[in-house]
Design a protein around this ligand. Structure first.
Ligand SMILES: Cc1cc2nc3c(=O)[nH]c(=O)nc-3n(C[C@H](O)[C@H](O)[C@H](O)COP(=O)(O)O)c2cc1C
Length: 242
């Protein structure tokens, strides 16, 4: 419960940081390693690695990430639901934010082989994404998001009439990061809860992106004292109020 409040607040400050002043302090890395252990669930785990080379400039992505050599890998088992990589990974990302550290989900712009040699994988595991971790050297920037009308299919008036917790949940989900900022989701508010539907494959990250939005949605609901569970439906994941 405490973490939910902490992560909800962090969701308002999180943004993708690509330029860093420094890596995290040793004590912060220890605390994050502890959090990574707590978050291990649903076939997803997080491992912290260190490498000078993992953010080495890549053609097309020249100089994308600079100033830190610490990173976390979001590692998934073969049979894990892709949404869970986003769900668990974003909890870790928001914990970093709450500690004053910067992050940036990376699916493409890092050296995969270098990441693989910096963290140990077991049989049947792979790295879904990584994130740098460090002291931000950038000011907060709010990147554009789709309108509530586009995201929900409701008019502004209809959206305004939703219960407060649903509005807050969708508002928080709208802030979720996604690969290429594609926001490949649609939110359907209904009597029994809110459905998160996936609208695009988004270069293979669509369902992972939806998992990030699911965590944000749950944090927004919890902020209003509403807790619940996720139920898998044919057309997406439904957050059902407990
Ligand atoms: C699954 C995923 C993969 C991403 N991959 C990359 C990447 O390879 N390179 C990069 O610079 N940013 C990457 N991003 C960051 C997004 O571009 C960023 O989250 C989005 O533009 C929204 O901006 P914000 O995070 O500042 O709100 C990725 C984000 C997600 C969720």
């Amino acid at each position: 419960m405490e973490s939910m409040q902490r992560w909800y607040e962090a969701s308002q400050r999180r943004f993708s940081v690509r330029r860093y002043k420094d890596g995290p302090e040793e004590k912060q890395l220890e605390a994050l390693a502890g959090m990574a252990e707590l978050l291990r669930a649903h076939g997803v785990r997080i491992a912290i690695g260190r490498s000078e080379e993992v953010f080495r400039p890549i053609f097309l992505w020249y100089g994308k990430i600079s100033g830190t050599n610490s990173f976390a890998a979001i590692i998934v088992q073969k049979d894990a639901e892709p949404e869970m990589a986003g769900y668990v990974g974003e909890a870790f990302v928001l914990e970093c934010t709450a500690m004053g550290l910067g992050t940036c989900w990376l699916g493409a712009s890092y050296h995969k082989q270098t990441a693989l040699s910096a963290v140990e994988l077991s049989e049947g595991e792979r790295i879904a994404c990584i994130t740098p971790i460090g002291v931000p050297d950038e000011e907060y920037t709010a990147r554009p998001r789709r309108s509530y009308e586009k995201l929900t299919g409701l008019t502004a008036e209809q959206f305004g009439e939703l219960p407060v917790w649903q509005k807050r949940a969708i508002e928080c989900a709208r802030r979720a990061p996604s690969a290429m900022n594609s926001q490949p989701w649609r939110f359907h508010a209904a009597e029994e809860g809110i459905l998160v539907g996936n609208t695009s494959k988004n270069f293979g990250y669509g369902r992972l992106d939806c998992g990030i939005a699911m965590l944000h949605l749950e944090l927004g609901a919890a902020y209003c004292g509403v807790y619940g569970d996720w139920r898998k439906e044919k057309n997406g994941s439904l957050f059902v109020r407990a």
